[in-house]
Design a protein around this ligand. Structure first.
Ligand SMILES: [Zn+2]
Ligand SMILES: [Zn+2]
Length: 104
């Protein structure tokens, strides 16, 4: 954010609960920090959606034989069935025929 009056970089300054952007020339704006925070939130939300999409597409692969077509490679992921001492369940999905099975 630059000062519209003199072109210098505006400095965020707190006054009570509100934050203002101020310039050394005396220019002030009431919108300052709140607007910046809004932009940041939108960016984070978009970023999160992108990360989730990537995760769903790129599951880690492991050398595991498919019981259906004997293909030697499968995607895998783990799911915690119950909270506590229960071991997590491992899921496999064949990279060739998409057959899905699980191992306890
Ligand atoms: Zn200024
Ligand atoms: Zn298979």
């Amino acid at each position: 954010m630059f000062c519209p009056r003199c072109g210098s970089i505006l400095i965020p300054k707190r006054s009570g609960k509100k934050s203002k952007l101020v310039c050394s020339c005396g220019y002030k704006t009431g919108k300052g920090e709140k607007v910046i925070l809004k932009e940041k939130t939108v960016f984070t939300a978009r970023d999160k959606i992108e990360v989730i999409d990537k995760k769903a597409e790129v599951l880690p692969r492991i050398k595991e034989e498919c019981p259906k077509c004997n293909n030697g490679e499968a995607y895998y992921w783990t799911v915690q069935t119950r909270s506590g001492d229960e071991a997590e369940t491992r899921f496999f999905k064949c990279t060739k025929c998409s057959h899905t099975w699980r191992v306890y």
